[in-house]
Design a protein around this ligand. Sequence first.
Ligand SMILES: O=C(CO)COP(=O)(O)O
Length: 281
Amino acid sequence: MRISTKARMNRMFTNGGCLDVAIDHGVCNEPSFLKGLENMEAVVDSLVQAGPDAVQMTYGQADLLQNRPEKDKPALVMRIDMGNPYNDQRHRYMWSHLQNADEPIIGALEMDAACVVVNLFMLPDEPELFSQCVQNISKVRAACHKYGMPLMIEPLVMLPNDVRGGYQVDGDAEKIVTLTRLAMEMGADIIKADPTDDPEDFHRVVEAARCPVLVRGGGKEDLKTVLKKTSALLQQGAKGAVYGRNIYQHDNPSQVVKALIAMIHDGVSGEEAWEIYQSAQ
Ligand SMILES: O=C(CO)COP(=O)(O)O
C-alpha cells in the first residue's frame, strides 16, 4: 500500500476504529431518505460538534467540512458514484458512460478526502448492475492507486426491489461473505459490509475482507436495537460503522454519535451505550 494511502486511512481510523456518518443519500435514494437532511449546514454543524471520525458526503456537500479548525474536522469519505432516483430501476448506474476515473479522484483530492467509496451491487432483479459496478471499480481502483487514495468498496447484497419496499439488506451470511470476498479480490482498502442476520456470523465477513470492515446501516431501526446489534458486530471484528438514517433521522443525532463512539473507541457495551444516550435526555 502506498504511504499516502495509509496516511489518509489513518485520518479515519484514529485509534483503530471509525464511526463514519453517511449523509450522501441524495445521489441515489428517494425523498424519504432525505428527511432530516434538508438543512445540510445545520446537520453537519451538529455532527461535527459530536465528533465522529468521518462524514460520508458527495462532492457537492464536501465544502461544508471546510473552514473548520483541523482538530474538530472529521475525515471526509467521498461518495463518487451515483444512481438515478427517477428511474423505475432505482439502482441503475450512470457510470457506464465514464471513460476514465481520474476526474472523481482528482475531485476527492481537491476536497481533501481521506477515502472514496463506491458500490458493488448484487440485486437479484438487476443483474446488469453488477457488471456496471465491476467495470466502475476496475477503473476507480487504478485511479486510486495512481493518486494514493484509499478505496472503500460497499458490497450490497439486496433483496429484490418488490420485497419489503426495496433497498433492503438480504442479511444472508453466505451471500454477504461471497460478495465481500469479491470486493477484497478487487482491491478494496476498506470494506463497508452488510450486517449479517445473525451477528455471530459476522466474523466470517471480517475474515473474507482482509482489510478493515465497517458495518453499514441499511435501514432505520429503534436506537436500542441499533446499539445492541452494533455491539455484537464489533465483537465479531468490525472496526466501526457507517450509519446514516439511524443517526440523522433520530431526534438527537449528536447524542447517538456519542453513544456509538463510546462503543467503537472505548469498548463500552450496547447497554452502556444506551445509558450514555439516555443520560442526555
Ligand atoms: O452509507 C450509507 C449510505 O451511503 C448508509 O446509510 P443508511 O445507514 O441510511 O442505510
